[in-house]
Design a protein around this ligand. Structure first.
Ligand SMILES: *Cc1c(COP(=O)(O)O)cnc(C)c1O
Length: 234
């Protein structure tokens, strides 16, 4: 029953992703669907894995490090939630991409830990596009400066921007936000900074991923539409 439900959810999301790509005149391969599996048991993740998904997103370090050894080893793990500096060491060599860098101090710690492993860690800068007091992320107008500062760190590589748009009822309301982030990424790309690429735009969640794709998202982070509602009380 549960397996069937998850498979149907995924098929539905895949269809919507494909349709949004088509509307935007984009190839389906330009968009990576990240299944956001936070709070969900590994049995659920395995169903989605078996259906072909290889990118999973988690927002807590402890949950992520607990799930990694339980799952097949060809998964790209994405850390999408707020990251504390003292936890960087647990994940720095285990994730494909850290989506949530919003300070120089955090990037500096990632750089230190990356150096220890002899690796370069790909990161995104999280932008608080709507300037919401409740959200993490750097302000739109401070993003370029942060990229410039981080560009001097040798063991981190900025791959693009990430944003969590406001929780709106009508997804169209977030279109200007996504559009602004896209424009910002084009602007930053034009500066040709060392260690900075703007090839990734991580934006769009269950409520607004189609609009995000239409506005240029390369990675959408979808939880509820695939796994169902989360229960934080268990
Ligand atoms: C939980 C979460 C998501 C997925 O949210 P849904 O609305 O369930 O799709 C995406 N991005 C981040 C950063 C999250 O924490």
């Amino acid at each position: 029953m549960r397996e069937q439900e998850l498979k149907e959810n995924l098929t539905n999301v895949e269809e919507r992703v494909a349709a949004a790509c088509k509307r935007a005149g984009r190839a389906r391969e330009e968009v990576t669907l990240i299944a956001v599996s936070k709070t969900k048991p590994v049995e659920d993740l395995q169903v989605i894995y078996d259906a072909g998904i290889r990118s999973f997103g988690e927002n807590k370090v402890q949950e992520l490090t607990g799930k990694i050894p339980e799952m097949p080893n060809d998964i790209d793990w994405h850390l999408i939630g707020h990251l504390q500096r003292n936890k960087v060491k647990y994940i720095v060599d285990k994730v494909k991409l850290i989506h949530s860098v919003d300070s120089y101090r955090l990037a500096e710690e990632i750089n230190i830990q990356a150096k220890k492993h002899g690796i370069v860690v790909p990161i995104l800068i999280e932008v608080n596009a709507a300037n919401e007091a409740t959200k993490f992320g750097v302000k739109l107008e401070e993003t370029l400066q942060l990229c410039e500062e981080i560009s001097h760190l040798e063991n981190v590589h900025i791959e693009g921007l990430m944003t969590i748009a406001p929780n709106v009822v009508v997804s169209e309301e977030n279109r200007p936000i996504f559009n602004k982030i896209k424009a910002l990424s084009v602007d930053i790309a034009s500066k040709n900074l060392d260690n900075v690429d703007m090839r990734i735009l991580s934006m769009g969640m269950t409520n607004d991923f189609e609009v995000a794709i239409e506005e240029g998202a390369t990675h959408v982070r979808v939880g509820t539409a695939i796994f169902g509602e989360r229960n934080y009380n268990i």
